[in-house]
Design a protein around this ligand. Sequence first.
Ligand code: CUA
Length: 418
Amino acid sequence: MRRLFALPRFLRLVRVLPPLAGLALLGGCWLDGPQSTFDVSGPVARAQLNLFYVTLGVTAFIFVTVGSVLAYATLRFRARTEADEHAAPPPQGHGNFFVEVSLVSASVLCLVIIAVPTLKAIWFTYDVPAAEAKDAYEVTATGSQWWFRFEYPKEQINGVGPLVTANELVIPAGRPVHVDLRTLDVVHSFWVPKLAGKVDMIPNRPNHLWLEADHPGYFYGQCAEFCGDSHALMRFRVIALPAADFAAWVAHQEEPARVVTPAAVAAAQRQPKVTLASWHGPAGAALSGSPGFDADPFAAWQEKQVPDPADEDPRLIAEGRHLFQEKTCIACHTIRGHEGVGITGPDLTHVGARTTIAAGVLENTPQRMHDWISNPNHYKPGNKMYNGGFVDPATGQRLIQLNDGEINAIVAYLQSLK
Ligand code: CUA
């Protein structure tokens, strides 16, 4: 008998899965990570999570009920003796009206219990509810191998067009945001797990989603559809700000790129360092620097908004600006108010104020930016800055040469663009 219940050897591994799952739950590593869909921060993600719980509840009920009956029947009616094994089968029935009607009704009831909240969630998550539509903020997100462009159509800059940023989407907290989804090349997918489920960006087909952040914060997002070599390295961030801070951020982003002159540095050094009081976390919390980035990325983002003249060398920055033109970076990147006409790569007008570079892959520190420019293909295989920028993909010939000193100057320049 024991052999009847013994699992084949290769299936015995299955027995370690439940304890492992339990440990993962206890450790909390699954439930509250930066991209956990169980730790939601907005109404869209919450509706989706609640639907998951309803479905999980119904299916768990069916699993336990059917499993219990199966286990009971297996144990209760098993062959206990040699004679049982050779006994004639018991009298065979041909259905029981009560049992059949009950099973069909119960199945239909389970489906209805799942269907009603599913339909409600589909309608709710499709677009901003009509009552709030007038208050909705609009942005356009465009996927590209392998980064995200964010446009703010309501924020028109005279003679330029809409405000454009890259890889860090700043939104007002507590306000619905309608996101138009576009792609420049292949299918990508826009996913901010704590704010809203994934929706695809499809060539030649306008798509959209909406999301809302309950509170100010820093949220992790990523492309969720395989889109080529560096799909896994196509990430982004969403930063939700209180209304007044969001307005201040937009006003600052609309300004042309910052110019660092010796006089400006000297003047700034005489001034007390600017702090954005309302952007701080809990009272007294210190803004974390680079080592604390993971511990408090929102504070790190706030700190990145403020120039630190003590770290700025106007001569080096001016040299970097010159190299940015001479080495043809301007062909792919725009720095509004300075030089640059390119739209192939991210807009860099305020790149120094972002917490990440290379589409959320590297923290935006001078060292990491130096690493990135030194060897972009190492950090993001197949990217256009390397293939077609630094190197001709057809011949393998190096098109742009940068030595260490030149990269330092370019980094100083880009970091100054707060
Ligand atoms: Cu874009 Cu995966």
